[in-house]
Write a protein that binds this ligand. Structure first.
Ligand code: GRF
Length: 210
C-alpha cells in the first residue's frame, strides 16, 4: 500500500478532494493547530496532527520536527495542499522528487500570494492552477499538470478563485494518481506523463458555461 502524507495550514479543501478520490492518505499534518482541515481528516479516521511552527526557534528546527513526524508514515509522496510555510533547503532536498504542490495560477505567471486579484489586475483572459514538483525556488519546479479557466468580465477575486478551486480539486487527485502509478517521469525541468495522450487529456476545464 502506498503512503501519502498531506500538509495543510487551513481549510483543506484540496486535502478533502484527495481523500474523497480514495487516495491512500496516511496522515494529515498542519503547522496550524486551528486548521479546519484537521477536523475533516479526523472524521475520516485519518491520523491528523498539528506541529505548531511557533513552538520552534527557527525554520530548520521546525522542518526537522516535521520531517521526523512525516517519515514515521514512510511516505511515497508528500502533498502540499495550502501549506503556508516557506520550506528550508534540507527539507526540500530530503523529499526531492516526491514533494508536490498546487498553486492557484498558471505558473510561471503569478507566483506568490493574491494570484486571483493580480490576474484580474493584469486583465488576463485565461487563469488557472498548476501542480508542480517543489524545488527550493518558491512556486517554481517541474510542472506536472495545469488546468485553465476563463476570466469573465464580471469576475471578482472570489468568483475567479471558486472557478479555479473547482479545477484544483480535479487535477490534484489526478496528479497524485499518476505519481503513485509510476506514470510521472521527471527529467530535469520537464515532466513526462505516461498516458496515451501524455497527460493532455485533462488539461482543460470541462463543463464551464460561458
Ligand atoms: C488553494 O487555492 C491552493 O492552490 C493554494 O492554497 C489554497 C488552499 O486551499 N496553495 P485549501 O486549503 O486546499 O482549501
Amino acid at each position: 500500500m502506498k503512503s501519502v502524507v498531506i500538509l495543510i495550514s487551513g481549510r483543506g479543501s484540496n486535502m478533502q478532494a484527495l481523500v474523497e478520490a480514495g487516495l491512500p492518505v496516511a496522515a494529515v499534518i498542519s503547522n496550524n493547530p486551528a486548521a479546519e482541515g484537521l477536523t475533516f481528516a479526523r472524521t475520516r479516521n485519518i491520523p491528523a496532527r498539528a506541529i505548531d511552527h511557533r513552538a520552534f526557534s527557527d525554520r530548520v528546527a521546525f522542518d526537522a520536527a516535521l520531517t521526523e513526524a512525516m517519515d514515521a508514515y514512510k511516505p511515497d509522496l508528500i502533498v502540499l495542499a495550502g501549506f503556508m510555510r516557506i520550506l528550508s533547503e534540507p527539507f526540500v532536498d530530503h523529499y526531492q522528487g516526491r514533494l508536490i504542490n498546487i498553486h492557484p495560477s498558471l505558473l510561471p505567471a503569478f507566483t506568490g500570494l493574491d494570484t486571483h486579484q493580480r490576474a484580474l489586475d493584469e486583465g488576463v483572459k485565461i487563469h488557472g492552477c498548476t501542480v508542480h514538483f517543489v524545488t527550493s525556488q518558491l512556486d517554481h519546479g517541474p510542472i506536472i499538470i495545469q488546468a485553465a479557466v476563463p476570466v469573465l468580465a464580471d469576475d471578482t477575486p472570489a468568483t475567479l478563485a471558486a472557478r479555479v478551486l473547482a479545477q484544483e480539486h480535479r487535477i490534484y487527485p489526478q496528479a497524485v494518481r499518476w505519481f503513485l502509478q509510476g506514470q510521472i517521469v521527471l527529467a530535469g525541468n520537464h515532466v513526462e506523463i505516461k498516458t496515451a495522450a501524455g497527460g493532455q487529456e485533462v488539461l482543460y476545464s470541462p463543463g464551464i458555461e460561458l
